[in-house]
Design a binder for this molecule. Structure first.
Ligand SMILES: [Zn+2]
Length: 243
């Protein structure tokens, strides 16, 4: 779905969930925000092609946070593009993404289950990248308030709670918030992050209050897709504990 000039929300059905990574198209390159589950790189790149990235090189991969459904496609995407994309993450999640710390919400038991389930190529790619990496996966660290040049200008907003290093990205030209998992949508209605997978709900709701400082016309929820209208008022209500 084209949100505005140069910004497209993808919709990728992974069976267990439908996700909405964002693509930013600049004149001579493109940028991807979040990468899907392990094994989803090829499908995601096919959607990006349909979205109009053409033959441009992938210039940057912006990770909103460390969860598996956001970082899992990273090695596949680097392998299937020319591998030169610069990978961004927040320092508070970078250790987990770099494999020097555990992924916060993935127990050993669940990880073992996944490793048994995944096809051999996906499993070995995951092990090489996240369990026994030879180099850091994150090239650049975000700071709250940073401005990145992609898509004509993105503001980094640190929105901790769902994970310590969670960020949302504000696309100024279109007044679009790329929320990551700071908020989810159900039937077009925004709510706080999924409590079951949000270790610090109070902090997550405070982060929604912080988002209210931006003039937001629409939100891309990684889980739940596009929501438009009344966004700032909704975030204010949610941050005050009104659902
Ligand atoms: Zn997620």
């Amino acid at each position: 779905m084209q949100i505005a000039e140069g910004i497209v929300m993808l919709e990728l059905d992974l069976g267990s969930m439908t996700i909405h990574p964002t693509v930013l198209v600049d004149e001579d390159s493109w940028t991807l925000i979040d990468t899907g589950l392990p094994g989803s790189a090829a499908a995601l790149l096919a959607l990006a092609k349909q979205a109009g990235v053409g033959d441009r090189p992938l210039r940057a991969i912006l990770l909103t946070h460390q969860d598996l459904d956001h970082i899992g496609g990273l090695p596949g995407i680097l392998e299937e593009t020319d591998g030169s994309a610069v990978v961004y993450a927040h320092p508070d999640d970078a250790g987990a993404i770099n494999g020097t710390e555990r992924l916060a919400k993935l127990s050993q038991e669940r990880l073992d289950g996944f490793l048994q389930e995944w096809p051999e190529d996906v499993r070995s790619q995951f092990e090489r990248t996240f369990l026994h990496p030879v180099r850091p996966n994150v090239d650049m660290m975000y700071k709250d308030g940073d401005t990145l040049p992609f898509g004509g200008g993105l503001t980094v907003i640190h929105t901790p709670g769902h994970t310590p290093g969670h960020v949302s990205l504000y696309h100024r030209a279109s007044k679009t918030l790329i929320a990551g998992d700071a908020t989810v949508a159900r039937d077009g209605v925004l709510s706080g992050p999924n409590a079951r997978v949000t270790p610090d709900m109070d902090m997550a709701l405070a982060s929604l209050g912080k988002l209210g400082q931006y003039d937001i016309e629409g939100v891309i929820c990684y889980h739940g897709g596009w929501v438009q209208g009344g966004v700032n008022a909704r975030f204010a209500a949610l941050s005050e504990g009104k659902s």
